[in-house]
Ligand binder design. Structure first.
Ligand code: C5P
Length: 227
């Protein structure tokens, strides 16, 4: 019997474009699996900081990624993330961990080690994969590839509102600076740089709300017989 491979929708783009929210909404609407690939890089970054491993120690970083002691516990809302038994669900979202993630993400051994983990999540009925290289490297045969963009200013503003909403005291200027630095590092790295796949559909979300983006993507999925 021919085995059918589960469909994948790749949602790529820089942070603050609404990628995560869109991916989670689509996955829950369709009852599909959801891969937040950024969290894997964040966990490696977090552990590297915790263990005092420098960004130049590429072998040690690769080994860390290959043996990532993580457990995802599905809860009512967001899945709980346990790293070596410690709950790091909130902590991994910190700005400092995002910056660390972007450092370890430039290490080829780290990316290679995380590839198999990402492929494992491709299960029926389908997978919504959120990241930077879902359409280019991890799932090049995805049935639909979306690349979200938005101006750095609006992305910083969204992040600011998100953090303020959580009661975290932040300033807009350093957030914007961090976004620009991270974009630069993610786009310039030699391995799996942040760029749209040749067959990706690019959506600029600067002036679009989440519901409008979701409608657009759902229509594209229907058109391709994916939903
Ligand atoms: O999406 P998120 O902000 O959680 O990603 C954190 C960092 O992890 C990104 O800035 C990027 O450097 C890296 N990343 C990556 N490839 C992915 C997902 C995230 O390089 N597929």
């Amino acid at each position: 019997m021919r085995q059918t491979i589960a469909p994948v929708v790749a949602i790529d783009g820089p942070s603050g474009t609404g990628k995560g929210t869109l991916s989670q909404r689509l996955a829950s609407l369709l009852g599909w699996h959801f891969l937040d690939s950024g969290v894997l890089y964040r966990l490696v970054g977090y552990l590297a900081l915790k263990r005092g491993i420098a960004w130049t120690e590429t072998d040690a970083l690769g080994a860390l990624a290959a043996a990532l002691p993580v457990e995802f516990r599905t809860g009512v809302e967001e899945a709980e993330i346990l790293l070596e038994g410690e709950c790091v669900t909130g902590r991994v979202r910190d700005e400092i961990i995002g910056a660390a993630a972007s450092q370890v993400a430039a290490v080829p051994a780290v990316r290679a080690a995380l590839l198999a983990r990402q492929h494992e999540l491709r299960q029926p009925p389908g997978l919504i994969a959120d990241g930077r290289d879902m359409g280019t490297v991890v799932f090049p045969d995805a049935g639909l590839k979306i690349f979200l963009t938005a101006s750095p200013e609006i992305r910083a503003q969204r992040r600011y509102n998100q953090l303020k909403g959580k009661g975290i005291d932040v300033n807009l200027a350093p957030l914007l600076e961090d976004i620009r630095a991270r974009d630069e590092r993610d786009a310039q790295r030699a391995v799996a740089p942040l760029k749209p796949a040749d067959d990706a559909i690019i959506l600029d979300t600067t002036r679009l709300g989440i519901v409008e983006v979701e409608d657009l993507v759902m229509r594209l999925m229907h058109a391709r017989g994916l939903a």
